[in-house]
Design a protein around this ligand. Structure first.
Ligand SMILES: Cc1cc2nc3c(=O)[nH]c(=O)nc-3n(C[C@H](O)[C@H](O)[C@H](O)COP(=O)(O)O)c2cc1C
Length: 164
């Protein structure tokens, strides 16, 4: 199966989680679409602000390259800011257009909560016509491990195993 893993990361935790899941999907073709904030902390915060205010000009090319058509399953991972994912999530959803009953898995990473942001993602995906087959949150105050992500990825790899 062709799987697209979409993630956004400022500090690397969501990237780490997304890549852990992706690394276990060994029987499938995994592609990534990443929005990674770069530079020093202050530069990342400024970039974050621009995105929150709807200015995506610096990643326009990247956003334009997003094509979900070839994929049967889309996994979307976002950090939690307040009770929401970053607004870039909404922008990605907007650009994907109608999801036509496509299978989607959403997850958040968080330090304390992450449940509301995850549920927000679920409802946005469903409002766009996607079918959320699983939603998760990966919550850790400090060091975020990959144990649960790897475990879930392995389950997923098997669940979608289409070999005879
Ligand atoms: C501005 C900001 C707001 C945040 N708000 C929350 C929050 O409301 N709840 C929570 O559990 N974590 C919150 N966090 C923590 C992040 O969601 C968490 O560290 C996440 O895993 C970061 O992902 P990243 O390293 O991929 O950017 C916040 C972090 C930042 C920078």
């Amino acid at each position: 199966m062709k799987i697209l893993i979409i993630y956004y990361t400022m500090g690397g935790r969501t990237k780490k989680t997304a890549e852990a899941i992706g690394s276990t999907l060994i029987d499938h073709e995994v592609n990534y679409f990443a929005i990674e904030l770069r530079g020093k902390r202050i530069e990342k915060i400024k970039q974050f602000d621009r995105f929150q205010n709807g200015d995506y000009s610096e990643i326009e090319k990247n956003l334009n390259s997003l094509d979900i058509k070839p994929f049967e399953l889309i996994i979307i991972g976002m950090p939690t800011y307040g009770k929401f994912p970053p607004k870039t999530f909404d922008e990605i959803i907007r650009r994907m257009g109608n999801l036509n009953n496509k299978k989607v898995i959403v997850f958040t990473t968080a330090r304390f909560s992450g449940g509301k942001a995850r549920d927000y993602m679920e409802s946005k995906v469903e409002n766009s016509g996607g079918r959320v087959i699983k939603k998760m949150k990966f919550k850790r105050l400090f060091w975020i491990g990959t144990k649960r992500a790897l475990k879930y990825g392995k389950v997923l790899n098997k669940a979608f195993d289409q070999r005879p």
